[in-house]
Each structure stands twice: as C-alpha cells, then as structure tokens.
Design a protein around this ligand. Sequence first.
Ligand code: C2E
Ligand code: CA
Ligand code: CA
Ligand code: CA
Length: 280
Amino acid sequence: AKQTGRSAIHFFTQELHNEIQRTRYLKTAMQQALRDHSFEVFLQPIVRCSDSRCVKAEALARWRLPEEGFISPAEFIPIAEDNQFIHELGHQVFTKVTQMLNQLTKSVDPDFQISINKSGAQFVQGSLPTHRLWPMAMKNLRLHNQNLVIEITESVLLDTAEEVNNRINHFQKAGFQFAIDDFGTGYSSFAYLARFPASFLKIDRQFIQQIHSDQQMQVLCEAMIAMAHKMDMEVVAEGVETNEQFKLLNSLGCDYCQGFYFSKPLAFHEFEDWLEKSAN
Ligand code: C2E
Ligand code: CA
Ligand code: CA
Ligand code: CA
C-alpha cells in the first residue's frame, strides 16, 4: 500500500521516540550494572600463523540484560561514551583482564598477551588517569606491562590533543604495546602511522572477507602486510572465517589470525577449555 507523507512522518517520529526510550533505559540500566560490576569480559583467541598456537586474545565487553540476553557492544559502548560511563566501564574491563592475565601467564605462557579496546574518549583530559592507574595495578599483581596490548583506531592517532598524546606516550614508555585496530576503514594516514610506534596492525575484516572474491583485496592485504613489516609491526588479520582465508593469509606473510574460524569470543572458563582442546 502507498504510504502518505503524514503516516511516513508518524512512523519516523515513532521510531525516533522508541530509540530515545531505549537509550534512556540502557543508560539507567548501565549505571546499575556498573555498580553491580555485572559487565562481563569475553576473550577471543588470536592464533599465530606459523604454528597455529594461541598466544594472544582480545578482550571484548559483554552485557547481559535480564529480558533479552547479551546485547552488542556496538550498541552499548556509544551510550557509555556519551554518558562518561566509558571510563568506569573501561576500568572494570581492565580489572577483569588483569585477573585473566594472572592465570594465563602462569598456566599457558609467561608472554601471553591480552588486548583491550580503548576509544579516543578514554584518553582525553578529565577521564580516569589510567596511564597512572594501570601500571600501578599491573605492578601490584606482578604482571608485566608487556602482557597488555591497547587497541586503538586510527582516529585516536589523528587526535592532535596534547593530553591524548601525553597519555599514549606514558603508556608506551611503561612498556604497554599498541595495536592499530580496524586498519583500512578510517582515514588511513600513513604519515601518522610512521610516527606512531605500534606493535601490531590489525587489518579490518572487510578486507579479509573479500580476499578470495576480489583480487584487489588480496593485493591490498599483501601491501598492508609488507608495509607493516617495513615499519616493524606485526600483522593480525581480523574476521578470519574459513580455512582458505587462513591459508592464504599465511602464504601472504600475515603473522596472526583472529576470527570465527578459530573461535568466537568466549567466557573465561570456555576460553580455558578451548585452549586445552586446541593444544592437543
Ligand atoms: P572490534 O574491536 O573490531 O572487535 C572485533 C569484533 O568483531 C567483535 O565484535 C567480534 O566478536 C567480531 N568478530 C570476531 N571475529 C569475527 C568473525 O570472524 N566474523 C565476524 N563477522 N565478526 C567477528 P563485538 O564483540 O560485538 O564488539 C564490537 C566492537 O565493540 C569492537 O569492535 C570494539 O570496537 C567495541 N568494544 C568491545 N569491547 C570493548 C571495550 O571493552 N571497550 C571499548 N572501548 N570498546 C569495546
Ligand atoms: Ca579491537
Ligand atoms: Ca577490529
Ligand atoms: Ca571496531
């Protein structure tokens, strides 16, 4: 049936209304979840190409709502950022990660690394001084700062605010490593990349998913890998879903792969079971 202009507008305002309601609801629920420390942290394995061993993992925040189960961080992280909750949330994620590192560095490998996502808002002035808190917490737990990787996107590198740069430098001097996340999706600035000594370059999954169907994508991946290696970075391919993609990336010189082909993100006890199974 043909929609009149009036009912289209009605539909639109109704949608907008629902969205505002939803955001308001999530904001309130988030305050409670932070008080209860009920955000969870899942780990997704990162596998070394040369021997298929899992030597790293990415920490991903999870939020379980009573009526609807897990909701996506793509939905709740932006709300947390708009409401300054991202600082407390980020710190709770970090605390859980240190507990996991404490176990994994003992049971699996003293060099095991977990990476944590940090958005630009988490480096600005007025936010939690994590550049001071995190090194202290690591030291208290007798963890090495090298065991923690901070994932940032290119937009953070393009941020010229002095405070952002200072904090990043502070983390780097303390021995934390950095990974450039979602590489290739933003305004890739090679000049910034060359100046910023990241340890890892994570190629976004949009490239990986077309690596077989689109010859250009393979050429681009090959070029990104070569460039990263020239700049002394190691490469992590994101969103690897098939054995064919894994084999091809391995042949292109990629260092690490992450994706559903190996495992989806797992609760910590599931991750430990997965590690045990994959070691055999
Ligand atoms: P991201 O950092 O790019 O994380 C990778 C996302 O890709 C994760 O989604 C993961 O579940 C998904 N993924 C992994 N392998 C595959 C695959 O083979 N195929 C497909 N289709 N997807 C795959 P998730 O967990 O929903 O997280 C979404 C985003 O939310 C993350 O993107 C990250 O930007 C943000 N995020 C998650 N946790 C945190 C956090 O603690 N702090 C901050 N600041 N952001 C977070
Ligand atoms: Ca990430
Ligand atoms: Ca990513
Ligand atoms: Ca992302």
